[in-house]
Every structure is written in structure tokens, then in C-alpha cells.
Design a protein around this ligand. Structure first.
Ligand code: GRF
Length: 218
């Protein structure tokens, strides 16, 4: 089995990037981060990558047409012969041409149990909606925003008095668990995309079977 090569795209703080780097060096994810790209030069995620000895580059999007910015991204991505483009808090929407160029090779993590709460600030949407179970989704990126084939999901039970901050934290903890795990599934051939759906083999049964919130005491 060969280790996958990843290009990770970021715009912000980079806690998901950290979870990928940690899982890679701990041997829990059969993949290496070959390059980190950010559209924002001040993204803390870039500094984190450099600290960890990973090549990191800012390709600022400000002032550029979407196509011109993507052309620069493509040059950098193609120079690294990567297997997957991994979006980790990358705050831009791609053109259909970009998505077609890397068809079936772009992954994203969304902080909600899709198809619930697509779009911006999913955690605030979940909090405002009063959900008792929240979660996150790793999916393939298609031209429909936050709607590509689902690879992995994790659910978290929320306390009844959860603050928006608590909702964010609980979901983030789950994100850090399933992003590296999803990539490991792909790397080990236990998940693959087939006719627009993810098919699996040799995966363990999910646990716990039923998540209830709030719990009701007798
Ligand atoms: C995460 O909540 C992720 O789900 C969303 O953007 C956030 C990125 O956080 N797409 P970080 O930069 O990885 O800490």
C-alpha cells in the first residue's frame, strides 16, 4: 500500500491541518501532507505547516479573478503530484472547471451532519435550530456546494444548555477524529468512490449504536 500525498488548502487557524499532521506522523493515517496552500497570507495554518517542516505557500486571492487565482493554485498543486486536495477551512468556492480538473480528488470537512446545515456558519445554524445532536461530515467535493458524496460522519450529543462556543468545540473535536480517519480509509482502499457514492469494505461497525440527547433518567 502506498502512502497518499496530500495538498491541504487552508484559510485560517489550521486545527484540522494539525490533526492531519499528527495522524500522519503517528502512523494513524497512511498519507503525508506534501504542501499547504492558503489564500490568506496571514493564516496561522501556514505558520503551523512551516513549523512542522511542511512546505507552505500563500497564494493571495485578493484582487484576482477567480480563474486567475485558481490557475496559480493549479500550478502549485500539479507541481506536487498529489493524490488528494484536502480542504481544511478553505473559505472559497471553486469554479466548476477547477472541480472537474480534480474530479473525485477533492475532499472537504463540513461542521454539520450534511445534508443539514450546508453553507456558512453551520455550527451557529445548528445552535439556532436547537438541535440536540450535531456533528460533522467528510465528503467529496462536487459542483454543488456541501453536497458531494459522503465519506464519513461523526455525531456529538449536545448539553441542553449548550452555548454556541460549546457547539463549535464539540463538533471540532469530532472533526479532528474523522478527517484523518477518512483519508486513512481511502489510503488503505477500504473506501472508494463508485458511480457517485462511496463504497466500503472491511470497515468496522459504527459505535455507539444510538446517541440520545438529553438522556432521560427513570
Ligand atoms: C472547521 O470547522 C471546518 O469544518 C470548516 O472550517 C473550520 C476550519 O477550522 N470547514 P480549522 O482552521 O481547521 O481550525
Amino acid at each position: 500500500m502506498k502512502r497518499l500525498r496530500l495538498v491541504v488548502l487552508v484559510s485560517g487557524r489550521g486545527t484540522n491541518l494539525r490533526s492531519l499532521l499528527d495522524a500522519s506522523s503517528a502512523g494513524e493515517m497512511l498519507a503525508d501532507v506534501a504542501l499547504v496552500l492558503s489564500n490568506r497570507p496571514d493564516a496561522p495554518a501556514l505558520a503551523l505547516a512551516t513549523e512542522r517542516g511542511v512546505e507552505a505557500r500563500a497564494i493571495p486571492s485578493a484582487g484576482l479573478a477567480r480563474e486567475a487565482h485558481e490557475a496559480l493554485l493549479c500550478d502549485a498543486i500539479d507541481a506536487h503530484a498529489s493524490d488528494y486536495i484536502v480542504l481544511a477551512g478553505y473559505m472559497r468556492i471553486f469554479t466548476p472547471a477547477f472541480i472537474r480538473r480534480y474530479a473525485h480528488r477533492i475532499l472537504n470537512i463540513h461542521p454539520a451532519l450534511l445534508p443539514a446545515f450546508p453553507g456558512l456558519d453551520a455550527q451557529a445554524q445548528a445552535h439556532a435550530g436547537g438541535v440536540r445532536i450535531a456533528g460533522c461530515t467528510v465528503h467529496f467535493v462536487t459542483e454543488d456546494v456541501d453536497a458531494g458524496p459522503i465519506l464519513m460522519q461523526a455525531a456529538v450529543a449536545l448539553p441542553v444548555l449548550a452555548t454556541p462556543e460549546m457547539v463549535r468545540e464539540r463538533i471540532l473535536e469530532a472533526e479532528h477524529r474523522i478527517y484523518p480517519a477518512s483519508i486513512h480509509l481511502l489510503a488503505t482502499g477500504r473506501a472508494r468512490l463508485e458511480a457517485g457514492r462511496v463504497v466500503y469494505r472491511d470497515v468496522a461497525a459504527p459505535s455507539p449504536t444510538v446517541l440520545v440527547s438529553p438522556e432521560v433518567e427513570p
